[in-house]
Design a protein around this ligand. Structure first.
Ligand code: ATP
Ligand code: MG
Length: 891
């Protein structure tokens, strides 16, 4: 057996199946398309389901792929077993009703023994216990001795998923030798240890499981096989586990270098190293397929893996940010098989760095809060942290549960696990209720009649280059008394109905672009089209309000799209493409569309970027778009093969799955365009038709996502006009002209400042006069000038200034002033140095004074202030002040 590299094995597998008549397809995205049953693709067959079920026609009856997979249910095994990763690549070959067991079993054997040159005596196939057919093929056609074939039960060797297609499997195991065994006397194929390692699963989909639990044979039998690429490499290279395979080992070594750890010295350290290696691989691949960290769905899977990697890094003693350094190695080693990694490298790194930073902040913040909870629990003499507190840390602050558990443990506390689970459950339930309330289909949640659903034909859309067309009315739907949609034969003036025609020029809401509006006419009949939606089969459902006449099934009608509405929408749509390009030019290639709304009156574009745009950046973007509008570039739409579009470098939507034929919108020169995007929307034919673009706002919508709202055409004109009105009003108020406006405003502001200054000077003079009057009333006690008085001032600042001024009248004096403002008392006390030498302490005077009026306070010997609550006690407070002063002076 030659120690083949991981990349070589991938190529050998795919080309082997090409020689067996298979079409090689690239890996599908990790984000499933139109398949809510899984969060992330977890097997080679997952993205091919529509071909297996017959919902779509496969491009070939034999297909082979190497599919990126994520399996988070295996997370607890990762790092501990030799054979599990959360991310791995699955080699697979598929037959859609074409070949079956008789072909695939000998091919699998041929690939293992002749291409990979695995020694036959170390290979052990297993079959489902009742599958005599597969058993016989292994024994008789391939020649595997009976003591190498194992029959296993349903749990291991029967693939089924509720009702629907299912069937037996046959798995191929490799015996890595006794040294890998668990030592148990009945260690054999099927044992959970890592001696007999399963590396290839052949699934024979031959039955349909009926709702009553019986199995009926399928007319078209399928083959679906899956072999873990890393597992095969592990066997071929004779290494201990997946993470020591050539390419992955380089990632693992980088982790070791970062942690200054020696691999293979300490089992616990080794697990942490493997976990980090695995998680950085998974997350890098997920981000390159458009997943962003969030608190739900796959975003949460990503967040959890990144945080877990960061946690394990801390456990290894890594102090600084380190995940991007590891991710860079992942990119380097996989860039040939997955070029998107290189294209999106900066973007991937930014996402990882931001998340790692945020997590470290979370840990810091959470630790503080947790310390508080621990102190509280100890004070109350509890032995466990309350479940709701643990949940709050986890849910609100994103603090990892295991970390809470660990820190609590260090402090001799446990956590109330069942209380935590209860809090979690109640939160889940309310979240579920919230989602339920939100969901609803395009039809305002209304189900279409069954008869309509059975008809899978689609409407012929002719509206890309025409605004009028004639069409035959196929179905008319109306709500019955129970608000259910029913097929009706006719509709009359005043009715609101849904109409389906064989052909239409109306664009239906899709791809972020709003519906067309317009009218449907025939002699004596007129209806307004308020909106158009598409159903799953591609039928266009027109919402009509009948104004006049009668509408009948089978009738031919003429349809007219509102040109103003269509053109306004097209202006915003073409401008959105220009905006996207300008953002990428100004900000960088990490900018990706993450959402968009194109309507007739404005456009909204959401994109990935990690900080607010500066004014300068916004200016540049707006200017660039307007430059392209003025340049009057052609906008050309072409339908082409997916491959060709990709070759031309057309921008696709992240994670979007496209059919064989795609529509591509190009702005500018065909050879060297300004922008080229996959797009199904309706567009201008020349950029100048947009007239101009004005950005209205730039805001943040989620971490790492920004939003720009803008207007074009008539709305941009209206905006300029309303700005002009504001300007005119401002000029009129200041009695000036536009060109003098700014100068006038500045001059007025300067005048106002000067007046304010003058006012405050006057006030100061005023208080100086006041101070003098007060000082003149001083009483001399034991040789010290004493002032205790109430003054009429408005605020604490003036009170302090006045007290300052009074004190400055004396070489040896003490001052206590009181004032009443907004129903409260204010006190300030001040003393000269010589008065302090005689025993005066302002802080103590203030304390007694405040106390006497229901307040509190204190301060330094030379200066102190405080407040009092009860204004009725002012006289008492002043008396207390005087007697304290006398006491201090021994008088
Ligand atoms: P195991 O019992 O070892 O977890 P499985 O029965 O879950 O494997 P299948 O669902 O049959 O595996 O997947 C097909 C192939 O994909 C397996 O034979 C194996 O080579 C590979 N594979 C499955 N899970 C993983 C994983 N977590 N990491 C790496 N490879 C995997
Ligand atoms: Mg498994």
């Amino acid at each position: 057996m030659e120690p083949l590299g991981l990349n070589e094995i991938r190529e050998k597998y795919l080309s082997f199946f090409e020689t067996k008549g298979h079409l090689r397809l690239p890996s599908f995205s990790l984000v499933p398309h139109n398949d809510p049953s899984v969060l992330l693709v977890n097997a080679g067959m997952t993205p091919l389901k529509p071909y297996f079920t017959g919902a779509q026609t496969p491009p070939s009856l034999r297909v082979t792929t190497c599919q990126k997979c994520i399996r988070t249910p295996d997370i607890e095994n990762v790092g501990h077993t030799a054979r599990h990763g959360t991310y791995f690549e699955m080699l697979g070959n598929f037959s859609f009703g074409d070949y079956f067991k008789k072909e695939i079993i000998p091919w699998a054997w041929e690939f293992c023994t002749e291409v990979l040159k695995m020694p036959a005596d170390r290979l052990y196939p297993s079959v489902y216990e009742e599958d005599d057919e597969a058993y016989a093929i292994w024994r008789d056609d391939v020649g595997v001795p009976e003591n190498h074939i194992t029959r296993l039960g349903k749990a291991d060797n029967f693939w089924e998923h509720g009702t629907g297609p299912c069937g037996p499997c046959s798995e191929i195991y490799f015996d890595r030798g006794v040294e890998y065994g668990c030592g148990s006397p009945d260690c054999k194929v099927g044992c959970e240890c890592d001696r007999f390692i399963e590396f290839w699963n052949l699934v024979f989909t031959q039955f349909n499981r009926e709702p009553d639990g019986t199995y009926t044979p399928l007319a078209k039998k399928n083959i679906d096989t899956g072999a873990g690429l890393e597992r095969v490499a592990c066997i071929m290279q004779g290494v201990d586990n997946l993470f020591e395979v050539d390419t992955i080992r380089k990632i693992l070594d980088t982790v070791c270098a970062k942690a200054h750890a020696d691999y293979g010295k300490d089992p616990e350290t080794d697990v942490a190293i493997r976990v980090i290696t695995d998680h950085v691989r998974s997350t890098t691949m997920m981000i390159s397929d458009g997943v962003l960290p969030s608190n739900e769905g796959r975003g949460y899977v990503l967040r959890r893996l990144l945080r877990r990697a960061s946690r394990f890094g801390r456990l290894l003693g890594i102090k600084d940010l380190f995940l991007t350094e590891i991710a860079a190695v992942v990119v380097e080693l996989n860039k040939e098989a997955y070029p998107v990694l290189l294209e999106k490298q900066t973007y991937i790194m930014t996402v990882i760095r931001k998340e790692e930073e945020a997590f470290l902040r979370t840990v810091e913040q959470g630790t503080d809060i947790l310390t508080g909870y621990i102190a509280e629990a100890k004070e109350k003499g509890l032995t466990a942290l309350a479940g709701d507190q643990v949940f709050r840390l986890h849910d609100t602050f994103g603090f990892p549960l295991d970390l809470t558990r660990e820190i609590a443990q260090d402090e001799g506390l446990t956590i109330d696990e069942s209380g935590f689970q209860a809090a979690m459950k109640s939160q889940r339930e309310s979240a579920r209720a919230a989602t339920k309330a939100k969901t609803g289909t395009a039809w305002g949640g209304k189900e279409l009649p069954a008869e309509l659903l059975q008809d899978t034909s689609s409407t012929d859309f002719v509206g890309y280059d025409r605004l009028t067309a004639s069409g035959k009315l196929l179905y008319l739907l109306k709500e019955d008394e129970e608000s259910m949609l029913q097929i009706v034969p006719e509709a009359f003036a005043g009715d609101k109905v849904i109409a389906i025609f064989d052909r239409t020029p109306f664009y239906a809401t899709s791809g972020g672009q709003v519906t067309d509006q317009g009218a449907v006419l025939s002699t004596g009949f007129h209806a307004h089209v308020t909106s158009v939606e598409k159903d799953a089969a591609g039928k266009f459902l027109h919402s009509l309000t009948v104004n006049e006449g009668t509408l009948r099934q089978g009738q031919e009608l003429s349809m007219h799209v509102s040109e103003t509405h269509r053109m306004s929408t097209a202006r915003n749509h073409t401008a959105t493409h220009l905006l996207q390009k300008a953002l990428r030019t100004v900000l960088g290639d990490h900018v990706e569309q993450s959402g968009s709304l194109v309507s007739a009156d404005r456009l909204r574009f959401d994109f990935t970027h990690f900080q607010p745009l500066t004014d300068d950046e916004l200016d540049q973007v707006e200017e660039m778009v307007n430059g392209i509008i003025l340049a009057d570039m052609p906008v050309v739409t072409r339908v082409m093969k997916l491959d060709e579009a990709r070759k031309l470098g057309a921008m696709a939507l992240f994670g979007e799955k496209y059919g064989e034929e795609v529509r591509v919108v190009t702005v500018g020169d065909q050879e060297n365009p300004y922008s080229r995007e996959f797009c199904g929307g309706t567009h201008l034919t020349h950029t100048s038709q947009a007239s101009q673009l004005r950005i209205l706002s730039e805001t943040g919508v989620a971490s790492g996502t920004r939003r720009i709202e803008a207007v074009t055409g008539a709305a941009a004109y209206a905006l300029s006009k309303s700005e002009k009105e504001i300007l005119d009003a401002a000029c009129a108020s200041l009695k000036t002209t536009e060109d003098q406006l700014v100068r006038r405003i500045r001059a007025a502001m300067a005048d106002m400042k000067a007046l304010e200054k003058e006012l405050s000077n006057l006030q100061e003079q005023n208080s100086a006069g006041l101070a003098e009057t007060i000082a003149n009333k001083a009483e001399v006690i034991s040789g010290v000038s004493v002032v205790v008085a109430k003054v009429d001032v408005e605020d604490a600042d003036t009170l302090r200034t006045t007290a300052d001024q009074v004190r400055d009248h004396f070489s040896n004096g003490v001052v206590l002033l009181a004032a009443e403002t907004s129903g409260k008392l204010l006190f300030v006390a001040m003393a000269t140095a010589s008065a302090m030498a005689k025993g005066i302490h302002s802080g103590n005077i203030i304390r007694e004074t405040a106390k006497a009026s229901g307040g509190g306070g204190g301060g330094r010997p030379d200066m102190a202030q405080a407040g009092g609550k009860d204004t009725a006690k002012l006289a008492d407070a002043l008396a207390a002040a005087l007697s304290t002063i006398k006491n201090q002076l021994g008088a």
